[in-house]
Ligand binder design. Structure first.
Ligand SMILES: [Zn+2]
Length: 81
């Protein structure tokens, strides 16, 4: 099994928050492939860091601001409605 084919499973496993691979194929591959093992660790770390950030702090805005989002969308798209 090639690394690229397993990438989707790797991401799915990470997003599901599992501690180990659910798929035997993935588990077997990760145990023998240094590249995928490293990528898996990086994915887990990224998810861990992201989950520690409250959503409203992602873009530096103290509170969710729909008006600001709409104004930005209007500016980006040139729409006036
Ligand atoms: Zn691999």
């Amino acid at each position: 099994m090639e690394c690229e084919q397993l990438k989707f499973d790797l991401v799915a496993e990470t997003l599901a928050g599992r501690n180990g691979p659910d798929s035997p194929v993935l588990a077997s591959h990760v145990s023998t492939c240094e590249r995928c093992r490293r990528e898996r660790a990086e994915l887990h770390e990224a998810v861990r860091l992201l989950s520690a950030v409250p959503p409203h702090e992602w873009d530096g805005v103290p509170e969710p601001d729909p008006e600001r989002a709409i104004a930005r969308l209007r500016a980006d798209t040139g729409l006036s409605c």
